[in-house]
Design a protein around this ligand. Sequence first.
Ligand code: ZN
Length: 438
Amino acid sequence: MVQTRSATKTTQSNDVENAKKCALPAPLEEDSSDDLADAPEGEDISYHPVKKRSKRAQGKGTQAKEVTRRPRQRGRLEMLPELNLDVLFQILGFLHPLDLLNLARTTTAFRQLLMRKSSAFIWKTARSQIGGFPDCPSDLSEPQYANLAFYPHCYGCGNTVPTIHWRLRLRYCPACRKAEIYSGFPSYHDGVLPLEYLKLYHKRHGDYFVDIKQRDSFLAEYNKLSKVQRDVFMTERRKLVSDIDKHAAKCEAWHQGIIVARKCELSDARAARAESILARLKGIGYGAEIDYFGLDQIAALRGDVFHSTKRLTDREWEHVGQKLEETMNDFRMRRMEMQLYNPRQRLLVKLYDDYVQKPALDGGAVDLLPSVADLAKCAAFDAVIKLPEVNGVEPDAFKPAFEQLPISVLQWRENVERQLASLVVVPIDPRQPSERLL
Ligand SMILES: [Zn+2]
């Protein structure tokens, strides 16, 4: 089964430096600064962070004094390099390769320890715990391989970027990709540089791209060689690039599995969160609205709450619960309109039609009748239409309202007359200004 892992957060400035340090400067050369430096086995790897902190703190005035006065806290990672090496290696072997990378970037001692060639087995042990992850290729060191596979930052600018160019052995964000890779290369050099097939400019058709730095490095090396040496060099390059291609294909398959698994994880997390939210909403009486509209309509309106993959906590519910209640009240109104009021209004239309067909009452007080829409707004009828859900509304329910119809009609007429009167503009008496002048 494949495993997934979230990116560890670091500052962007560190990201840039770290990405650059572990970037592959040339496809065939190991980074001497970050690669497995062959440090002596007996090298002192003890860590002295206090001295380093006090140096930095000297120029910072009061704040610096506070830092130097702070009592040293024991039991942190700083103590790890002082452990017995066998114990330390045992612990490090349980870490994820990304944790090893981050650890190697924390202190000089860890860097020296983890970048030794003799420490390669630690990386290998950590890597072997990741199901299906291909072995480290011959053209990369273990830290470089871990950096490529797990450090989610652009090799150019340090921004977070999920796309891995396995054949080019690097990650680029879209902006850096435009500047750092190139789609043209002389055909007679085919097979001597890793090529990545990308659809950058067309959705359907892609191109093969080379990394410009790798290309320049290759050409520089090629141009220095004699004709005989070039033949040997080119043969070696073709073999290497072929190996890279095969390894990259395995990595792409593994990575695709990771992506799919991650999507499933996120989908499951969202579903669990949605279930939790709906359970809470049902608990406070919105079950009918949930059944009527369904999760999709509610989640579409409140994506800010439903889209998250975090587990819903009581504390978060205190914040989002009130907003959701407002939304659910709107849904309740819509449901009541559609499920209750509209059928009752249709029933009133039928009853009113029957009423109108009957002969007029003596006295002619209701000769001029309102439309059914106005009738439904009259208090007596509106009260029946908006009876609570538990009260079923049958034709007899409107009987008292129809008995009060003459009164309702009079009130309606008075209301209409008031509205008409408010619309009438009384013209100004043209004599008034002259009279005023007199
Ligand atoms: Zn970038």
